[in-house]
Design a protein around this ligand. Structure first.
Ligand code: HEM
Length: 388
């Protein structure tokens, strides 16, 4: 494990100051590298998921789908592999969770084989729709010269034709972009602790604070165009987990594995900030959800969090501040924690508004006992403030 990361190296983890964990290039929405009827058909299927779900033709269509030859998938450039994975991920979840139909316990080979191949080729651990394909790689800018903000964005892939689903997804995307400066500040922060440079330390903490303030403003906008009833009953069902679902034609998953569903808990932003700020979380109900969510993040983002954690372990920021930090630096550290608590508090209120008050589920789409877990994460953040 490396001991330090420099700003220049952020790129190695597929991270940038401008976009945080969003891809450096905008996600692909057309297969442009190869002109093949099979790829056009896949694109067509992806674009017609809402219609196929509402007229109940999706399962039949996908049961008849032939797996795309691996040689074709192999030849796709990286961005188009991600695009193909995104389409297969949406198709697979649509197939498994089709509303108003019987449950199924297996995924047809036409989906299972190519999706499993692509997941592996992209360094993903599990072939299921996760945050990377639902949010990080599912947006398009209307005006390419303008910023990544919700008004300038549209989604590429959906389960329903309602404005609420794109709004739900794109609020996440804008928050990811706004987190960019906070994530880049992690490098400065760790550098400052190593050098005992208080001015640099305050500068990094102020940047984190301002970045979090913007993220919270955007989070607050969630109810503007995302109706809790529509969220709970029309598209949330499609991002649920897979429980004992077999992957036909894929040996390692023929037993019917269980995978977590899509959730913001698979975003790398908050875990990176927790790691950098020395905020430790306890297991809930004997399960370490924080750590397990990492298995659903892109490989390089997972590795970034590990490096940040290792750095923090060797030079812990809280110990440093408690021993050597002046009141000014400690106050700034506490201000950042207050912002993280505010984010987590507002977010918990949304979990109540959108899920707890609507459905009987005691688990989130990510499979956590969310009411208890989200409150615990908020309280543990608060508990790390340093007395001055
Ligand atoms: C309607 C809005 C939202 C609802 C109902 C919601 C719901 C949830 C739920 C239930 C969990 C627990 C994990 C699980 O799924 O089992 C969770 C976790 C999480 N969500 Fe959301 N979420 C929403 C919006 C967002 C947004 C916009 C973000 C921003 C990226 C986000 C980031 C997170 C994070 C970071 C966690 C992990 C908990 C933490 O670190 O405090 N969520 N969410």
């Amino acid at each position: 494990m490396e001991k330090g990361i420099s700003t220049l190296q952020l790129e190695r983890f597929d991270i940038s100051h401008e976009r945080g964990f969003l891809p450096k290039e905008d996600p692909a929405y057309r297969f442009e590298s190869l002109e093949l009827a099979e790829l056009r058909y896949l694109e067509f299927l992806g674009n017609n998921i809402p219609e196929m779900l509402s007229n109940h033709t999706l399962r039949k269509t996908l049961r008849n789908l032939e797996p795309l030859p691996i040689e074709v998938l192999e030849r796709l450039p990286y961005r188009e592999k991600v695009m193909a994975a995104r389409i297969y991920a949406f198709l697979t979840s649509a197939y498994v969770h089709q509303l108003e139909e019987e449950k199924v316990n297996s995924i047809p080979r036409g989906l299972a084989i190519p999706f499993n191949y692509l997941s592996k080729a992209l360094g993903r651990k599990y072939p299921i729709l996760s945050y990377d394909l639902y949010a990080l790689n599912n947006w398009k800018r209307k005006d390419k010269s303008s910023r990544i903000e919700v008004e300038n964005l549209e989604t590429i892939q959906n389960f329903v034709r309602l404005e609420d689903e794109p709004w739900f997804i794109l609020i996440h995307v804008e928050i990811e972009a706004e987190a960019g400066p906070a994530i880049a500040s992690i490098v400065t922060l760790q550098d400052a602790v190593a050098k005992k440079d208080f001015e640099l330390l305050k500068y990094a903490l102020d940047n984190m604070h301002d970045s979090l303030a913007e993220m919270i403003e955007t989070l607050r906008r969630m109810p503007e165009h995302n109706n809790p009833n529509l969220y709970a009953f029309t598209f949330r069902p499609y991002i649920q987990m897979f429980q004992n679902v077999k992957y036909e034609g894929v040996n390692e998953y023929s037993y019917g594995p269980t995978f977590r569903g899509e959730t913001g808990a698979q975003s790398s932003v908050i875990p990176s900030l927790d790691a950098a700020l020395g905020i430790k979380h306890q297991k809930t109900d004997l399960t370490d959800y924080v750590t397990d969510m990492r298995n659903y993040m892109p490989k390089k983002h997972r590795e970034f969090i590990e490096v940040v954690e290792a750095n923090e372990k060797s030079k812990p920021i809280r110990e440093f501040l408690m021993k050597e930090g002046g009141v000014g630096a400690i106050r700034r550290y506490n201000d950042v924690l207050d912002k993280l608590v505010e984010f987590r508090q507002k977010h918990l209120e949304f979990a109540v508004l959108y899920i707890f008050s609507k459905v009987k589920d005691t688990l989130g789409t990510g499979g956590t006992p969310f009411m208890k877990w989200l409150a615990q994460l908020r309280d543990e953040t608060l508990a790390h403030k340093i007395n001055v």
